[in-house]
Design a protein around this ligand. Structure first.
Ligand code: BGC
Length: 722
């Protein structure tokens, strides 16, 4: 439909009909206008797959079997692949399934920056670095939208914690906002072409992000040219006039009082009251409806030529498994105990409740009604077959407090949250003695079985009682007395392989030195358990790299050391731009594992770095970079060379180095490959608060070729005269 036709359509709508299009009339849908052929606009969570369906007006499952779907690796796992192609494939699959389920917008991906490891929703995000997140978010969004479904990147902006997420006022410098917290959203808009963006719950400069003119009107629409739909987070709108006058298009919420939404009856009443003037109301409402019609048109919702999508297609499982494989990060392999040789493992002991746990149903709005989920225990059985005896011992007691997230988060305003949290605390204390006894019993049984197995694998980590929406973690400590279990296990079986499934870093200090083999397996989606088994037994050569630093302890984290977390009415990001490795690197604070870290079963040598500055006629420049990656080990594998930039003589305080390029490439044993990449001017810019713009200073810059943020393998100095 042409723009003129869309305008015609708009002109035929009454104010009431327009208002119906800009607020939820079901929990996940707005109303259409049947007489003009405008359908309702249907949304669904979320980042790990298409969420189950709820009753239109209640948070109650439909309870039918048609909404089982593919369960994707969590966004942190995806980020750990450092693979743009897989981000695209994963997005494609998500979009196809969303469309297959009849949705118009999928509320994904989550792209907030991991400011603190304690953030409960870290697993829904892509780590701590704006460049890595941007590079993966853009193809992810494109993949979704190839299916005539809108992506909805979230949560714009500064939603970096769950504590007081509904109202905390984030105080952050303009520079940190521009350099750290906004780039991924900008990339999703300008490079990914996202048609949707979700306003965050929290406040910025005192105003809720969902009707924050600075964020939505000035930056998102004004500077970045976004002409898609801005959706509120569910219950994120708090004021009719502010919402009317700002660039938000669609108010969604959590209650069934749909007429009472700020952009429903209260808006109509405001229009009728004459304040503001009817003309202004009409003009503002038209802008919102125009955005919605524009997106509907692009999704072919108005012309009947739309892709149908599909879901649970068995042919997609290979891509999901490959993503899970490439997400596994080998953190330690000191005695080269890995991969295990299956011909020598006749009796395998698997310890750890996570080995037997399905994670798909947890986490909050990212919960998934998975068609299936291969747990690690199932994966090892599937891979090894009937000639290996597998003994399983839970090792620790997880009494699964259940999925209470929704009650404690979205209803935070009506006081219910507090009472539920209180109840939870009570249950935890009442249980403490029982849980300690159970932990001791499970531990004893696991350790007793450890002596006569050919190999021992312990699969622990976190669960969605910890990695969850609506709550931050209280500490980085492993729950369920796992530190004791792992430590005592390593005393009797120093060769035990320790596997952690999690979505955010944990403190491993009690046993890290004792562990020879350590693997991080995230929440790897429906194929995750199999991919893990393949990795441990060598069918997959691990190639995942951390998208976030694993600090030694939470006190070391920049938000704790220089800033504030979680704050109270407000939270001050005192660490400024020094988020993640930018802090550890610059302030020389040791880490357990640095950003970008990940081992392989082969060895890579990365050298021959060159950088050539090329000036264009307009005075702008770019830098042609090349280097070589050699596989000097005995098996093929994926390498992830990383390119960081250091300003040799910065005029203002800068991070020691920043990631500006990376590649993921497959290299055969003995093979050398040449890699080329181009850095544009933006790789050398910082945000000047004086000029309110990105600037690039002339001078010497160092290009650093690295295996991770702490392991630089080659350097090249360049001079920029622009
Ligand atoms: C979450 C969003 C989610 C929405 C709808 C909110 O509580 O913050 O990420 O998309 O609920 O379920």
């Amino acid at each position: 439909m042409t723009d003129d036709k869309l305008e015609d359509l708009l002109a035929q709508l009454t104010l009431e009909e327009k208002i119906d299009m800009i607020h939820g009339s079901e929990l996940f849908s707005t109303k259409g206008v049947e007489r003009l052929g405008i359908p309702p606009f249907k949304t669904s969570d979320g980042p790990r797959g298409v969420r189950k369906d709820f009753k239109p007006d209640r948070w109650e499952d439909i309870g039918l079997s048609y909404d089982f779907v593919s369960y994707l690796p969590c966004n942190t796992a995806l980020a750990a692949t450092w693979n743009r192609g897989l981000a695209h494939e994963t997005g494609k699959l998500l979009g196809k399934e969303a469309r297959g389920r009849g949705k118009d917008m999928i509320l994904a991906p989550g792209i907030n920056i991991m400011r603190t490891p304690l953030c409960g929703r870290s697993f829904e995000y892509m780590g701590e670095d704006p460049y890595l997140t941007s590079e993966l978010a853009a193809p992810f969004v494109r993949g979704i939208e190839e299916n005539d479904v809108a992506a909805c990147v979230k949560h714009y902006a500064l939603n970096n914690q769950e504590t007081r997420r509904m109202d905390v006022d984030v105080k952050v410098s303009e520079r940190a906002l521009r350099e750290i917290y906004l780039p991924a959203f900008k990339a999703a808009v300008q490079k990914g072409g996202t048609k949707g963006i979700m306003g965050a719950y929290n406040r910025y400069h005192g105003t809720h992000c969902c009707h924050n003119k600075e964020l939505i009107d000035d930056i998102l629409r004004g500077e970045w040219g976004f002409d898609g739909i801005v959706v509120s987070d569910w219950g994120g709108v708090h004021d009719t006039k502010e919402a009317l006058m700002s660039g938000i298009d669609m108010e969604m919420s959590v209650t069934d009082n749909f007429d009472g939404y700020y952009l429903a009856k209260p808006l109509l009443e405001m229009a009728q009251s004459g304040e503001p003037d009817m003309e202004i109301v009409q003009e503002q409402v038209d802008k919102k409806v125009r955005h919605i019609l524009h997106v509907m048109n692009e999704l072919h919702m108005l012309d009947g030529e739309r892709k149908a999508g599909s879901y649970n297609d068995y042919r997609d499982k290979e891509a999901l498994r490959q993503t899970a494989r490439e997400s596994v990060v080998l953190l330690k392999n000191e005695k080269n105990l890995l991969p295990l040789d299956r011909s020598r493992v006749k009796k395998l002991l698997i310890i750890g409740e996570n080995a037997n746990r399905q994670h798909a149903p947890g986490g909050g709005s990212a919960e998934i009604k998975a068609l299936y989920e291969i747990t690690p225990l199932l994966g090892f059985h599937m891979l090894l077959g009937g000639n290996t005896q597998i003994v399983y011992k839970p090792g620790y007691y997880n009494n699964d407090l259940g999925n209470i997230w929704a009650d404690t988060s979205q209803s935070a305003e009506n006081g219910q949250a507090k009472s539920l949290e209180g109840q939870l605390k009570k249950e935890q204390t009442q249980d403490a003695e029982y849980r300690a006894a159970m932990n001791a019993k499970y531990r004893r049984e696991a350790l007793a079985a450890a002596t006569d197995a050919d190999a021992v694998i312990c699969v622990g980590g976190l669960t969605h009682d910890y990695d969850t929406e609506g709550r931050d973690r209280e500490s980085m400590k492993l729950p369920y007395e796992q530190d004791t279990l792992i430590s005592e296990l390593l005393d009797i079986r120093p060769d035990a392989v320790i596997v952690l499934q999690l979505g955010s870093p944990v403190d491993m200090s009690r046993w890290l030195d004792k562990a020879d083999s350590l693997v991080c397996a995230w929440y790897g989606g429906m194929e995750g358990g199999y991919a893990l088994a393949e990795t441990i037994f060598g069918d997959n050569n691990p190639s995942g790299h951390l998208p976030e630093t694993f600090p030694l302890s939470e006190e070391d984290c920049p938000a704790a050391a220089l800033g504030e977390f979680p704050g109270e009415d407000s939270v001050t990001y005192g660490e400024d731009i020094f988020v993640g490795y930018r802090y550890y690197d610059t302030y020389q604070v040791g880490t357990a594992f640095p950003f970008g870290y990940g081992l392989s079963y082969t060895d890579f040598v990365m050298t021959g770095l060159r950088g050539d500055v090329v000036y264009g006629a307009d005075g702008d420049f770019y830098v042609n970079v090349s280097f070589c990656v050699s596989n000097t080990g005995s098996r093929a594998g994926y390498a992830v060379p990383q390119l960081y930039v250091e300003d040799k003589r910065p005029k203002i305080k800068k991070a020691a180095k920043e990631l500006k390029g990376f590649e993921k490439l497959y290299v055969e044993a003995g093979e050398t490959k040449t890699v080329t990449m181009t850095l544009d001017k933006s790789a050398f810019c910082y945000y000047s608060e004086e000029r309110h713009d990105f600037v690039c200073d002339a001078g010497s810059y160092m290009l650093l070729l690295a295996k991770d943020a702490e392991d630089v393998t080659d350097l090249a100095e360049i001079e920029i005269t622009a």
